[in-house]
Design a binder for this molecule. Structure first.
Ligand code: IFM
Length: 454
């Protein structure tokens, strides 16, 4: 039992944890799975900090039963995981690999037998390599193949799985995959990147329709966006302009088409010839009503005007005097600010925090325990902000910790640990961290201990 003051969450609030296929499954070429862009990218020299890959990762493909038993032990009410497109369709289109669908069916059935609600993400970055060879997301056809894939998965699992997320962080897919090139497929081409944004959004709309059409019952469908509040580095007019542009590309470029069937005018003007070509009817498709908006929140963006920065002339900086994790500034009030803004500007009927978490350099103590106090503090502070937002009227329905397990952190390899559960990659042994036991208590009491902000 927690002691002291508690922040109680509304009845029915959903507590979960999240993972993604490439980051945990391993078994990169087993049982008919095709290669993804990540299988190829990890082989390029110098792309992954520790030279690793997701070929084995947390070996979840073979250890899924143990992992579900851990979820049940923690009392998780929901588990958000992604389906590997190339496991289900090895070349991304036409031919289905039944063994791939069988794996996810077993997973879903076991989750349901423990009363853990599956939240399926259809795309968490692992594009079938064959589709990248035909142009990837900058190729409009990919959007239509994605809808076919969505329909195939829903035809098998739509009778049991109610909650579906089309995409995870399309900003990262397009901008970091096709413009800065730090993530797969590692391309550096702004025209390709903005075309990718449009096709990802189009594919979302097409997939929402396909999911709803192919399942026999009513599904709840949404999308998970990485959204940050954007703050100017100073009061200077140029910095304010930079912040508006940054917000345009990071946030409004996704939210406006989804909720208002239009792209932000200032960004269209700014991009000029780089702005993607939009066909008639695309925006109507993109703005098909969704059942919930997924918000992945980790940090805020503080932005300074910088003439040398291509196109947007805005650069993100790390403000002095702030607190940092191994990856980003820790800024809990940004979650409250963001949720209130989303509610005021876009009025989504339901919001879920589909990711929130922190990397901590965890290790085992002599007694075999993992004392990740910093993670407990990070999660507590963010949940306090979520609680504040609910009290202010935001329809926040649930929260997923990123991540259930330590896993492959993309270009940073295994150098970051985000899990509630420690993974010893040598033995694949799982150890529930202190944060995992703490979260189990949160779920049980539907409440978080109130903490003092310094
Ligand atoms: O690990 C990632 C995840 O795949 C997407 N959102 C951010 C996480 C931490 O970087």
């Amino acid at each position: 039992m927690f002691s002291g003051d508690l922040l109680h969450f509304p009845q029915g609030f959903i507590w979960g944890a999240a993972t993604s296929a490439y980051q945990i499954e391993g078994a990169w070429d087993e049982d008919g799975k095709g290669p993804s862009i990540w299988d190829a990218f990890c082989r390029l020299p110098g792309r992954i900090r520790d030279g690793s890959s997701g070929e084995i990762a947390a070996d979840h493909y073979h250890r899924w039963e143990e992992d579900i038993a851990i979820m049940a032990e923690l009392g998780l009410q929901a588990y958000r995981f992604s389906i590997s497109w190339p496991r289900v369709m090895p070349t991304g289109k036409q031919k289905i690999n039944p063994a791939g669908l069988d794996f996810y069916e077993r997973l879903v059935d076991r989750l349901l037998s423990h009363n853990i609600e599956p939240y399926i993400t259809l795309y968490h970055w692992d594009l079938p390599l064959a589709l990248q060879e035909q142009g990837g997301w900058p190729n409009r056809d990919t959007a239509f193949y994605f809808a076919d894939y969505a329909a195939a998965v829903a035809a098998r699992l739509g009778d049991r799985v109610t909650c579906w997320i089309t995409h995870n962080e399309p900003f990262v897919v397009a901008v970091v995959g096709y413009i800065t090139g730090e993530l797969a497929p590692g391309i550096q081409d702004p025209v390709a990147g903005f075309r990718a944004i449009h096709h990802l959004l189009l594919s979302h709309g097409l997939a929402v329709e396909a999911l709803r059409a192919s399942a026999a019952r009513q599904l709840k469908v949404g999308i998970a966006l990485n959204l940050n509040p954007v703050h100017p580095a100073t009061e200077r007019e140029t910095d304010q302009l930079a912040a508006t542009r940054f917000d345009g590309v990071l946030n409004r470029m996704f939210l406006d088409p989804l909720f208002f069937a239009r792209y932000p005018e200032d960004i269209e003007e700014l991009l000029g010839p780089v702005f993607p070509r939009i066909q008639e009817g695309d925006l109507t498709r993109i703005s098909v009503p969704i059942d919930f908006l997924g918000v992945n929140y980790y940090t805020r963006s503080v932005v300074r005007y910088d003439e040398s920065f291509p196109i947007i002339q805005a650069r993100q900086i790390q403000p002095e005097g702030s607190e940092y994790s191994q990856m980003w500034e820790i800024y809990p009030p940004g979650l409250y600010e963001l949720l209130l803004r989303l509610w005021a500007d876009y009025k989504p009927t339901n919001i879920f925090i589909t990711e929130n978490g922190v990397p901590v350099p965890d290790g085992l103590d002599a007694d075999g325990r993992v004392r990740d106090e910093r993670r407990i503090r990070y999660l507590s502070r963010h949940l306090a902000q979520a609680h504040r937002a609910i009290a202010a009227g935001v329809p926040l329905r649930g929260y997923f910790v990123w991540s259930l397990l330590d896993n492959f952190e993309w270009a940073l390899g295994y150098t970051m640990r985000f899990g509630l559960v420690y993974v010893d990659y040598q033995t694949q042994k799982r150890i529930i961290k202190e944060s995992g036991w703490w979260y189990a208590q949160v779920i049980q009491e539907n409440a978080v201990p109130a903490i003092e902000e310094e």
